[in-house]
Write a protein that binds this ligand. Structure first.
Ligand code: NAP
Length: 496
């Protein structure tokens, strides 16, 4: 699980690391932080350093906002077709370079290269989708009910945006904000996660090469997230904040954004329930559970966090899931055949270990895994727990790791009540072959998204987002571009 497995592999890794810009992108130019400071990026599979990137601070971020503010009028006036074609070229470059970009992502984030590749495809699709939406920003023309006036309704770009993204999907969390913002005619400052800045830096270079004008996208890496972004959020030139990350940080940012009454989108944490009814096709349910649980090693906001299985099939489902989870191969994500990488860092691993220990102490049964292996890197074994008691912390907290807790239920009502017993509401999954039940459950669950007999809901053409403390605003689909547009109504006196 440690070093690169061959000289060729080591050379490939060095080549992709050498190709990444490691400065701040401000007004179309890469430059060091004003302080000259840098911050270390490490490989979570080994704990070793990969590279250093610029460690920006508030002064750098304000330079970035200056650039975004200066570029805004020209960018808003750029023909939508031109904006769309830049996205289209960037989509093509992402696709053409998917192999190297996937390797880069695996180095900084840890997931197996095949999963990183899937993320590059997913990320690129946001650019393709919004390259097509750029030319479909609609308005309309209405007749006032009382006559005399005509009502012209049009949409204009919101203005300069700040994007703050997490480490778990280092490329896609950027493209699903940048894509619609570029299409809508907004300029932006991106602050990627400190743990995984490299994919964002590579993405920015791709957008420059695709013809994005200077100042439209600025990127500030920093180890001091709050101190660096705070002055931007307080600056009246900023008009929009879009954040993906934890509910805890999101709440603080919503408060800060109130000062300038910013447009705000919040993609926050989840606690997804996964319901399996006795009438479900169990093979499909286990397959879906593997996807819903193990995509990104469980480090996804959409990850199935709690499995509620109808009592008649609970043992069968648990044993089959344990068999599948137990046969996954853990290791450095660059290695052939590896299906689970490390967690992102030691804090995350300690949190997962604590949640598993708490459930075990309260009576949960370990069907597979249950602990962290020895050796370097932040690995945790794929784990299935059955007979998990109601008071186990992991039924309430986002686990963010490869752990599947299973609870048996008796009636549909019990299952829906349990699914809704959380402050989160991002996504839920339900497996049943009864159409009436499927509709009742999908409508009864309080979540922004529901997967019916399907373990993955993410799709660039669909509106991704949550309710309750999972946030507000939508990314993807036709809805995604609306987050970057202000509606303007022009009243026209019509005297004829
Ligand atoms: P996080 O700790 O909230 O960090 C997210 C981003 O916010 C990072 O860039 C972080 O910078 C920055 N940040 C932290 N404190 C800040 C502050 N005071 N002011 C401004 N920015 C601040 O979350 P995470 O651990 O990276 O990501 C995991 C969380 O993201 C999970 O809860 C997951 O559910 C959620 N998530 C949600 C979605 C969704 O679409 N709903 C998608 C993916 C992930 P640093 O990196 O420097 O700390």
């Amino acid at each position: 699980m440690t070093a690169p497995s061959s000289d060729k592999q080591a050379a490939d890794e060095q080549r992709v690391l050498d190709s990444v810009p490691n400065g701040l992108l401000i007004d179309g130019r890469w430059r060091p932080a004003a302080s000259g400071r840098t911050v270390r990026v490490e490989d979570p599979a080994t704990g070793e350093s990969l590279i250093e990137v610029a460690d920006g601070a508030a002064a750098d971020a304000l330079d970035a906002l200056d650039a975004a503010h200066r570029a805004q009028p020209g960018w808003a006036a750029t023909p939508p077709r031109e904006r769309g074609e830049i996205l289209r070229r960037a989509f093509e470059a992402l696709t053409a370079n998917a192999g190297d970009l996937a390797l880069l992502m695996t180095l900084e984030m840890g997931k197996p290269v095949a999963e990183s590749r899937a993320e590059i495809t997913y990320a690129a699709e946001f650019f393709r989708w919004y390259s097509e939406e750029a030319v479909r920003i609609a308005g309309d023309y209405r007749v006032a009910p009382a006559g005399g006036s005509r009502l012209l309704v049009t949409r204009q770009p919101v203005g300069p945006c700040l994007f703050i993204t997490p480490w778990n999907f280092p490329m896609a969390m950027g493209t699903r904000k940048i894509g619609p913002a570029v299409a809508a005619g907004c300029t932006m400052v991106l602050k990627p996660a400190t743990l995984t800045p490299l994919s964002s830096l590579a993405l920015a270079q791709i957008l420059i090469d695709a013809g994005l004008p200077d100042g439209v996208l600025n990127v500030v890496t920093t180890s001091a997230a709050g101190g660096t972004t705070g002055p931007l959020i307080a600056d009246p030139r900023l008009r929009k904040l879009s954040f993906t990350g934890s509910t805890e940080v999101g709440k603080r940012l919503i408060g800060a954004a109130a000062e300038q009454v910013l447009r705000v989108s919040m993609e926050l944490g989840g606690n997804a329930p996964f319901l399996v009814f006795a009438d479900a096709d169990l093979d499909q349910a286990v397959e879906g559970a593997m996807l819903a649980k193990m995509r990104n090693g469980g480090e996804a906001c959409t990850s199935a966090n709690r499995f509620y299985v109808q009592r008649q099939v609970a043992d069968d489902f648990a044993n089959r899931l344990a068999q599948r989870m137990g046969s996954l191969r853990m290791g450095r994500g660059t290695e052939e055949g590896v299906t689970v990488g490390p967690l992102i860092d030691d804090d995350q691993r300690a949190k997962v270990a604590h949640l598993v220990d708490d459930a075990k102490a309260k009576g949960a049964r370990v069907l597979c895994g249950g602990g962290a292996p020895s050796g370097p890197g932040y690995f945790f074994e794929p784990t299935v727990l059955s007979e998990v008691p109601d008071d186990a912390e992991l039924l309430r907290e986002e686990i963010f790791g490869p752990v599947a807790p299973i609870v048996a239920f008796d009636t549909e009502e019990n299952a829906v009540d349990a699914a809704n017993a959380t402050e989160y509401g991002l996504v839920a999954y339900a497996y049943t072959t009864d159409l009436d039940r499927a509709v009742r459950v999908a409508e009864g669950i309080k979540a922004g998204m529901v997967g019916l007999n399907q373990g993955v809901v993410s799709n660039p053409a669909a509106p991704f987002g949550g309710v309750k403390q999972s946030g507000f605003g939508r990314e993807g689909g036709r809805e995604g571009i609306e987050e970057y547009l202000d509606v303007k109504y022009i009243a026209i006196k019509a005297g004829f």
